[in-house]
Write a protein that binds this ligand. Structure first.
Ligand code: HEC
Length: 147
C-alpha cells in the first residue's frame, strides 16, 4: 500500500517536471525546438562553447540534407517554406554569402532577436547546437539569390 502511494507520487512529480519544461520552452517565443540529428556531420572543436566565425560545412551534401530538414522544422514557420518569406520575418535567401553572412547568421541563430522585451525570434544556439546551426546555414547557401 505504502509502496503504491510512493510510486504514484513519483509519477505525478515526473509529469509536473516534464510539463514545466514544455512550459519554459513556450515562454521563448512560443517555439518548441525540434531536435536535429547531426551525428553524421564532422564534430566542431569546442562544441557549443566556441562558435566558429565561418561555415565549416559549405558544400557538404550531408549538411545540406540535414540543414534542409532542420530548417523546415524550426525556421520555416516564420521564415517561410523553402526560405521564401511570406513577410513575417526576413527572406533568408538574401543573406549574404561568405564570412560576413556567416557572422550575422550565427549572431541571430545563437541569440535570436528581442526588442523592448518582445521576442521576435527565439535563440536557437543552446537548444539546437552549433552543428545544426551550420547545417542550416549550408542549406540556406544553396537557396541564395541575388534578385
Ligand atoms: C518566431 C519566428 C521566428 C523563428 C521560428 C525563426 N526566426 Fe529568424 N527571424 C525572425 C524575425 C522576426 C527576424 C528579424 C529580427 C529583427 O530584425 O530584429 C529574424 C531574423 C533572422 C536572421 C537575420 C536575417 C536578416 O536579414 O537580418 C537570421 C539569419 C535568422 N532569423 C535565422 C533563423 C533560423 C536559422 C531559424 C531556425 C533555426 C529562425 N531564424 C527561426 C523570426 C523567426
Amino acid at each position: 500500500m505504502k509502496l503504491t502511494i510512493g510510486r504514484s507520487a513519483l509519477l505525478g512529480a515526473a509529469a509536473i517536471a516534464s510539463f514545466s519544461i514544455a512550459g519554459n520552452l513556450h515562454a521563448h517565443g512560443n517555439v518548441t525546438p525540434q531536435a536535429v540529428d547531426t551525428s553524421a556531420l564532422p564534430d566542431i572543436d569546442g562544441g557549443n562553447d566556441h562558435w566558429l566565425e565561418e561555415n565549416p560545412y559549405t558544400g557538404n551534401p550531408k549538411a545540406i540534407e540535414i540543414g534542409e530538414s532542420a530548417y523546415g522544422q524550426n525556421c520555416a514557420r516564420c521564415h517561410g517554406l523553402q526560405a521564401i518569406s511570406g513577410g513575417i520575418a526576413p527572406d533568408l535567401r538574401y543573406l549574404e554569402l561568405g564570412a560576413s553572412g556567416d557572422e550575422w547568421f550565427v549572431e541571430r541563430f545563437r541569440h535570436g532577436s528581442s526588442h523592448d522585451g518582445k521576442v521576435y525570434m527565439p535563440p536557437f544556439g543552446d537548444v539546437l547546437g552549433q552543428k545544426a546551426g551550420w547545417a542550416i546555414r549550408t542549406w540556406l547557401e544553396t537557396q541564395h539569390t541575388e534578385d
